[in-house]
Design a protein around this ligand. Structure first.
Ligand SMILES: [Zn+2]
Length: 81
């Protein structure tokens, strides 16, 4: 599976990245997200299905904290074994 960078047309490679979400006073960092990364300019491209899953999860968390926040930020990451 290959993909070309939308910015500089360099062949991107599959790797891991982190995504930062912010909503009002809350933030969420999701780490080790599967993505395509451009070795030339650093552009990251997250596959549609992955982006959808991640944003859905984070949206749910933001939604549950809008009324009575018990935390202001969180990190999501896969434990490396
Ligand atoms: Zn690029």
């Amino acid at each position: 599976m290959t993909k070309k960078c939308p910015e500089c047309k360099t062949k991107m490679f599959a790797g891991k990245t982190s995504i930062h979400f912010q909503r009002n006073n809350f933030y969420a960092d999701v780490e080790n997200v599967e993505a395509f990364i451009c070795p030339n300019c650093g552009t990251r491209s997250i596959p549609g299905n992955v982006a959808k899953e991640v944003s859905k999860t984070v949206e749910n968390l933001f939604n549950t904290t809008t009324k009575k926040p018990v935390f202001s930020g969180l990190c999501f990451h896969k434990v490396l074994t």
